[in-house]
Design a protein around this ligand. Structure first.
Ligand code: BTN
Length: 327
């Protein structure tokens, strides 16, 4: 685990400059001799920390750590009022698991947001793993209470993807787009994803756990099974804390109003950002692959596909682009 001393040392190194072992030890209340040992958990989690004789230690490239105060300062007044707690964890198996545990034990129905610098077992859709290197990207989960069962949640997963896309656009990532149901794309490559889980009484008081993963730094090609994009490829100086705050500023009001508004107000805007609209696609189902042309979504957020001139509606499955073989 990453303890308080290790985290404190990382804060010193986050500026990317060299710091002597003596200075670091003094600032973090640890002996100079113990500094290197305390840095090991960070090195094991992939951070590139150099040790140079006569100069000290340096985190190559530096990093911006998540910071509660910076995030809070950038929340709108309304969002701040709606969110009693935001927790930042140095390390967790999965922020969705953490939020799920919170929801199962929370009796007053208060919403909760958690973020982690590192996930040891980040979860993607369809049982996949979500690559979660330390202090590189955004791993955020929201536990949100709903009073009238899961029927209210129709289309919500698409609305969440839309809010993430809108928050990114508002920060200057104009080309962010969506792939049904809730993948975030940039230049056709995966930029992020949303994993929804539900707990509680499915017909009454229930909790939505919405997990959002966003690639901020470039992902090495050999660790994931699909082409990925990263926010910093287009916005090299962007701040993770700023992205988180902006995302919450879009997401939380939408969640708050969803039981009243539903998906209808979001349908058109979702379709305007749909990267696969009118494209040849394959819809991968449990035991079948259906080929057709994507034709937007229904008012409940289901996917519409023209299959040999007939409209088919899908509410599950995975969509992939199909190479055009017509010429
Ligand atoms: C996908 O496969 O597209 C969904 C990925 C969702 C990843 C996020 S990261 C934060 C939250 N915690 C998890 O374990 N998964 C989600």
């Amino acid at each position: 685990m990453i303890g308080a001393t290790t985290l404190s040392l990382l804060r010193v190194l986050s500026d990317g400059e060299f710091h002597s072992g003596a200075d670091m030890g003094k600032q973090s209340n640890v002996s100079r001799a113990a500094v290197w040992k305390q840095l090991q958990p960070l090195i094991e989690r992939g951070l590139s920390i150099e040790s140079v004789k006569g100069k000290g230690y340096r985190l190559v490239g530096g990093c911006e750590l998540l910071d509660w105060q910076t995030i809070n300062d950038a929340l709108t007044f309304d969002v701040d009022a709606l969110l009693p707690s935001i927790e930042i964890l140095p390390e967790i198996d999965s922020t969705n698991n953490k939020a799920m545990n919170y929801a199962r034990n929370e009796e007053k129905g208060r919403a909760y947001v958690c973020l982690a610098e590192y996930q040891s077992a980040g979860k993607g859709r369809r049982g996949r793993q979500w690559f979660s290197p330390f202090a590189h990207n955004i791993y955020l989960s929201v536990a949100w209470p709903f009073q009238a069962g899961v029927n209210q949640l129709d289309g919500l997963s698409l609305a969440i993807g839309l809010m993430v896309a809108k928050s990114l656009k508002s920060m200057g990532l104009e080309k962010a787009s969506l792939k049904w149901p809730n993948d975030l794309l940039l230049g056709g490559k995966k930029l992020g994803g949303v994993l929804l889980e539900v707990t509680g009484d499915m017909t009454d008081q229930c909790w939505l756990i919405a997990g959002i993963g966003l690639n901020v730094e470039t992902i090495p090609e050999d660790v994931v099974d699909q082409p990925c994009a990263a926010i910093k490829e287009k916005l090299p100086t962007c701040s993770r804390n700023q992205i988180v705050a902006e995302l919450l500023n879009y997401l939380i009001p939408m969640l708050q109003n969803y039981p009243v508004k539903g998906f209808a107000p979001y349908k058109e805007e979702w379709e305007s950002l749909d990267a696969y609209n009118n494209q040849l696609v394959n819809v991968h189902l449990a035991n079948d692959i259906v080929a057709g042309v994507a034709r937007g979504i229904t008012e409940h957020g289901e996917l519409k596909v023209d299959v040999d001139g007939h409209e088919r509606i899908f509410n599950g499955g995975e969509v992939s682009l199909r190479a055009d073989t017509s010429y």
